[in-house]
Design a protein around this ligand. Sequence first.
Ligand code: NAP
Length: 283
Amino acid sequence: MPTIASGFKLSNGVRIPCIGFGTWQIPDDDELVAHIRDAIEIGYRHIDTAHIYGNERGVGRAVRTCGLPREKLFVTSKLWNTDRGYDGTIAAFNRTLETLGLDYLDLYLIHWPAARGEPMTWQSINSGTWRAMEDLYKSGCVRAIGVSNFLVHHLVPLLARATIAPMVNQIEFHPGYMQRPTVEFCMKRGIQIEAWSPLGRGALIAHPVLKEIAAAHGVTSAQAALRWCLQHGAAALPKSLNHERRVQNADLFGFSLTEEEMQRLDNLPQTGFSGLDPDHVTF
Ligand SMILES: NC(=O)c1ccc[n+]([C@@H]2O[C@H](COP(=O)([O-])OP(=O)(O)OC[C@H]3O[C@@H](n4cnc5c(N)ncnc54)[C@H](OP(=O)(O)O)[C@@H]3O)[C@@H](O)[C@H]2O)c1
């Protein structure tokens, strides 16, 4: 894979650039637009947002004004928990497109399984939501559909009722929190993993094993962690408000981790975990 714009191929043939620019907690203002435009200049072609981030307007403005044709960029947004269900999903998708000022999305995800708030009904709510996602996909206004934070026991009932399987599952994935059962389940079924918080929100950077492995390759801990994601076949979504670190997070192709280094990172004790358990997140 020569650059961060190179992609993994989804089950429907769409290519997803292997590194995306994360935008969580970046306020919707001129600075957000400047950060995204700078990322695009560096070579990022994939931008990750969500309705709940409250910054779709700025993301759309950056995409529309960056000077690249729309089809050169890959834009993801996510359906918020309170908008689930068939009608809610269609309405929320249309609002998202309008806020972004775009006429299609590259990827739309159900943000959380939200299983706890409705212990009796979450499966049928998610199933109605998924039917809407399938209809949006069939209508051509989104190039790929998927889920986020779905563990195996959330995926099984969804897959049982789906006519189109999710193409992506975006989960927390980094050395120190690799969620092996979910990753293995998805990979067996051709569901692409996307790694959120691939740097453990920065908390991973100082881990001595990661530092040692990074030093052996003359790279930073962040680069080693992102390379670990890519070598596992996962697309990754690092966020940085700093130009130099954005450049660094895009420079991942001049080295590769050995099998032994991969295993050492696989076996890191829990580090940098967000604390967000999909079975307990209701918001
Ligand atoms: N689907 C979901 O439920 C979900 C949940 C969480 C996140 N996400 C997505 O994943 C994206 C990334 O996750 P995240 O924002 O939580 O965390 P992250 O990318 O793991 O880490 C971001 C933190 O790491 C620092 N950092 C970035 N590059 C660095 C480098 N090269 N060296 C040292 N420090 C570095 C940043 O500081 P500086 O800004 O100062 O560089 C920031 O504090 C989000 O923005 C969002 O798009 C999705």
